[in-house]
Design a protein around this ligand. Structure first.
Ligand code: 5AD
Ligand code: SF4
Length: 451
């Protein structure tokens, strides 16, 4: 048995890719382990979205090189830094054996064989996503109660700050039948909730069994028919692709959870135009209104970038005003970080202290909104899907419909099930509650007698 350690950076799509790499290498005798020191092969599955990503990877590689000096070890760099740096990685850190981009990792077995033949390093950075999905094995390690499934990859939007169109390539949607088969396998191995993943997931246009292109809403309604699948989510969406049929699905598809991550990035029209987002702040607000009109229960989340080149105080104030108007249930916010090769990297930059100050102000408002959203849940009953055991004995952790982690005592017998929970305590990032009576564990015989 050979030991495989995969370190994953970045988004859920990388988490999915890492799991698929493990599936791909299982037939070669590799078993996953959770530290690098004892591993025969280490894969760094990297992310390039924000600053210093490459530097972090090089310093991790420096540490791995030391381990490799003591015992034989294959070192592979996968993901978006591998795609962006290519052969440069091997030149800079010769301890690296394999560099494989996010569309080429299905070639890993061949690349390992190539190294074993003593041909030196192996590099693969340009194959279309189509080949990858066709080549991945059907057998997959179970993901558990909450699972992720990549349905779409790549992006044609070319926001001026973003590396994704360069590292993940053009938009590609997997065919409906392939997705359905994978969803069925996930459900058969215990998944009750599936999040459909894509860089631009609501731009999904996969080939349907009828030979036509299906929308994400059609795909969701189709997957919702899987009986043991209780919940569906999707991420990440672009406001421009929020079609009427997808909004309607939030109104009348009960398995589609009332939570939507819909990044707006900025509330200033000038900055949105410079970012090439192709919509205005008002168009976003109008979209939010339409979503809430369809289903007032939908909680909204977003990504924000502060200090994009040219962002003035007035632009930043416009972002704060949009945030105050929408009231997000949670959000991610970042300082703009120039990415080599993207148009915004060569624009006039905002000074670092200004970015830092704006980020702190924005995050304070967003954290307050998250607290307010959570506070409004206090005293409510909500269906919680229990996912794993908590830290304390008998405790279980689950997820609310709005993606909040919920901790409940005496609930570990309910993992994999959805139960009504009364929310009692509210923290910034999670909730605590107790089981509604009908879901509580029956007391053991002797306890019952004592009562
Ligand atoms: N700088 C800062 N944040 C970025 N993001 C993407 N590119 C950059 C960048 N160059 C953020 C966006 C995106 C999220 C995944 O990462 O907000 O929605
Ligand atoms: Fe990047 Fe998303 Fe813009 Fe595509 S839509 S370029 S992935 S930020």
């Amino acid at each position: 048995m050979k030991k495989l350690y995969i370190k994953t950076y970045g988004c859920q799509m990388n988490v999915y890719d890492s799991a698929r790499m493990a599936d791909l290498l299982a037939p070669l005798g590799f078993t996953p382990v959770d530290d690098a020191a004892s591993a025969d092969m280490v894969i760094l599955n990297t992310c390039h979205i924000r600053e210093k990503a490459a530097e972090k990877v090089y310093s991790e590689l420096g540490r791995l090189k030391k381990l490799k000096e003591r015992r034989p070890m294959l070192i592979a760099v996968a993901g978006c830094v591998a795609q962006a740096e290519g052969a440069e990685m091997i030149a800079r850190q010769p301890a690296v054996d394999i560099v494989v981009g996010p569309q080429s990792y299905h070639r890993l077995p061949e690349m390992i064989a190539q190294i074993a033949r003593g041909t030196g390093h192996a590099l693969e950075t340009d194959f279309p996503a189509r080949d990858k999905f066709d080549a991945l094995p059907e057998e997959a390690a179970p993901q558990g109660v909450i699972a992720f499934l990549t349905v779409q990859e790549g992006c044609d939007k070319f926001c001026t700050f973003c590396v994704v169109p360069y590292t993940r390539g053009a938009e590609y949607s997997r065919p409906v039948t392939d997705i359905e088969d994978e969803a069925r396998r996930l459900v058969d191995s215990g998944a009750r909730e599936i999040t459909l993943l894509g860089q631009n997931v609501n731009a999904y246009r996969g080939l349907g069994p009828d030979g036509k292109r299906w929308s994400l809403a059609q795909l969701i309604r189709h997957l919702a028919r899987l009986e043991d699948l209780a919940r569906l989510r999707y991420t990440t969406s672009h406001p421009r692709d929020m079609t009427n049929d997808l909004i309607a699905a939030h109104a009348d598809e009960p398995k589609l959870m009332p939570f939507l991550h819909l990044p707006v990035q900025s509330g200033s029209n000038g900055i949105l135009a410079a970012m090439n987002r192709n919509h205005t702040a008002d168009e976003y607000l109008h979209l939010v209104e339409r979503i809430r009109a369809a289903n007032p229960d939908v909680a909204l989340s977003s990504d924000f970038i502060v200090g994009f080149p040219g962002e003035t105080e007035a632009d930043f104030a416009a972002t704060l005003s949009l945030v105050r108007e929408v009231k997000f249930s949670q959000a991610f916010s970042f300082k703009y970080s120039p990415r080599p090769g993207t148009p915004a990297a060569t624009m006039k930059q905002v000074p670092e202290p200004v970015k830092k100050e704006r980020l702190a102000i924005l995050q304070a408002v967003l954290t307050e909104q998250q607290r307010a959203f959570n506070r409004a849940c206090e005293g409510r009953m909500m269906p919680v899907l229990f996912e794993s055991e908590g830290r304390k004995r008998g405790q279980a952790t689950g997820r609310s419909p709005y993606l909040q982690p919920v901790h409940v005592e005496s609930a570990s017998h309910l993992i994999g099930e959805i139960s009504e929970v009364r929310i009692e305590t509210v923290l910034t990032n999670s909730l605590r509650g107790s089981l509604a009576q009908s879901h509580a564990a029956r007391p053991a015989q002797n306890e019952a007698r004592a009562l």
